[in-house]
Design a binder for this molecule. Structure first.
Ligand code: NAP
Length: 483
């Protein structure tokens, strides 16, 4: 059925404990990337509504922080159960809004349920420590330091479009368990999914005002949020451009940034090419490459490059391309502008002499998975994150050359190394400047109990359940001067 304006649902925002339409009387149309229809409208909140939300969160946070960990955990476990009940509706919203295929959207919700429950357990098992002063020269045993973790206050959680549920919950759950209030700013394209997941949280009876959901364009409301004196910590996932902007705007508050990547798959002469092919193809092309940890370049030893390309070509051509409702792997990109950007990278590479192995066809924002061989360092696709289904292959003569090209990138999220030689794997893992190295596997963010971080322009600080709780709390020292 084609939606028209009468049928389009207008979603309220969740401000200071109430579902409300904005005083601005302005809404933002959310267009599906694959239905090419407006699927809903969300509120463009005002600065005054941001102020109200932050003030309410600050007030509610003090009471929340006084609850026991177990009581806070009960709310979160109930949230997980509510999300589970709503799995189908939320997965459908994700599919419609950001074009993720239904299976993957459903997996995202399940992963989120698991993440919330794990976060509760992790927080329950974390504890402070005590220290005696006599460990320091001249210090006294009579000084007993009690070190506890306390909340930071109000956490601003900003999520990107590509995992609108999981990347939101991976900030909200640890923030709440650590005793904070939360201001959640979803990606505009991702707001409907965000509203549905917060609907599930609201049904737990969470104290009014503790969390608000701020919809509105980041370019309009983002700076006001970031610079707001009521915000005590920012956890951001998104592009490097926005992350850098944010780090210039925020003043003296802790910041965790998870940003873009250009993850290389380094393929050595002795790699198991079946395993390598399988990992590179799923790593590069699932959800059309719209993943921070997608394989975004292959650095292959020239001695096995022909064989690898011969195996990659049919595997890429076998990928299901089309609608997310048919569970396609390669789906329409988030919008036309994103598709133009990827096309520009392909055109630049071909004009400079890259070899087209397969792909380079386009229908609107649906791009065929594209494999480019003989990519050289003068081509933009060698360095820029496409966030789309194009994979450049750069042939190298030595492992050292692969490491040098890997490290020449401004990004440093993850890298994969394919080799059957454990010593070589460790040597390369040691040399590449990234947050995580995957040996004989594709780059990926999970499992969520692992630390997750990027270096250089890929980020600052560490996520992963344990580290997220740490980053959203601080140490507080009480010294007992005995006697
Ligand atoms: P984006 O354009 O940077 O947007 C991310 C979030 O920032 C959105 O909520 C956006 O809101 C908001 N925003 C925009 N301008 C802002 C401002 N001035 N102040 C505060 N917030 C602002 O990124 P995206 O296109 O959604 O996501 C794709 C990028 O995220 C890719 O680069 C990908 O690699 C990266 N990513 C990284 C990770 C990781 O963990 N390292 C994971 C997933 C994605 P609006 O939507 O309203 O503009």
């Amino acid at each position: 059925m084609k939606a028209n304006d009468q049928e389009v649902k207008v979603y309220p925002a969740y401000i200071a404990g109430e579902w409300r339409f904005s005083e601005s009387q302005e809404t933002i149309a959310i267009t599906s990337p694959w239905k090419a229809d407006v699927i809903g409208r969300v509120q463009a909140l005002t600065q005054d509504e941001v102020d109200q939300s932050i003030a309410a969160s600050k007030a509610a946070q003090r009471v929340w922080a006084d609850l026991s960990l177990g009581e806070r955990g009960d709310y979160l476990n109930q949230w997980a159960s509510e999300l589970e009940k709503d799995k189908e509706a939320i997965a459908t919203a994700v599919m419609n809004e950001v074009g993720k295929n239904y299976n993957d959207a459903e997996k995202e919700v399940t992963r989120t349920v698991d993440l919330i429950r794990y976060t509760v357990q992790e927080a329950l098992h974390m504890h402070g420590e005590s220290v005696r002063g006599d460990g320091f020269p001249g210090g006294s045993k009579d000084k007993l330091g009690i070190i506890e973790r306390v909340p930071l206050g109000v956490v601003l959680a900003i999520a990107p479009f590509n995992y609108p549920v999981n990347l939101a919950a991976s900030k909200i759950a640890p923030a709440l368990m650590a005793g904070n209030g939360v201001i959640f700013k979803p990606a505009t394209q991702g707001s409907i999914s965000g509203i549905k997941m917060i609907g599930a949280l609201d049904r737990t009876g969470l104290p009014a005002g503790l969390l608000s959901l701020i919809t509105g364009r980041g370019s309009v409301i983002g700076d006001y949020l970031t610079e707001h004196p009521g915000i005590n910590m920012i956890s951001f996932t998104g592009s490097t451009k926005t992350g850098k902007h944010l780090s210039q705007k925020s003043i003296m508050i802790p910041l965790v940034l998870e940003l873009g990547g250009k993850d290389p798959a380094i393929v050595c002469e002795d790699a198991d090419l079946d395993l390598t092919t399988q990992n590179i193809v799923s790593g590069a092309f699932s959800y059309s490459g719209q993943r921070c940890t997608a394989v975004k370049r292959v650095l292959v030893d020239d001695k096995v490059a022909d064989q690898l390309v011969a195996q990659l070509k049919p595997a890429v051509e076998a990928l299901a391309v089309g609608s997310p409702v048919d569970d396609s792997t390669v789906v329409p990109l988030i919008d036309e502008k994103a598709a133009d950007f990827v096309q520009g990278l392909i055109d630049d590479a071909l004009a400079k002499g890259a070899t087209l192995i397969t792909g380079n066809q386009r229908q609107g924002n649906l791009l065929a998975p594209t494999l480019l061989d003989n990519v050289t360092e003068d081509m933009d696709v060698a360095w820029i994150e496409p966030f789309g289904p194009v994979l450049p292959i750069i042939r190298v003569q030595t492992t050292d050359a692969a490491i040098a090209i890997a490290n020449k990138s401004n990004f440093g999220l993850q890298a994969s190394v394919f080799t059957q030689d454990i010593d070589k794997a460790l040597e390369i893992a040691n040399a590449v400047e990234v947050g995580t190295v995957q040996v004989n596997g594709r780059p990926e963010r999970g499992p969520d109990n692992f630390p997750f971080l990027g270096v250089k322009s890929s980020g600052m600080g560490t996520q992963g359940v344990h580290n997220s709780i740490l980053s959203m709390s601080r140490e507080k020292l009480t010294v007992m001067n005995l006697r």
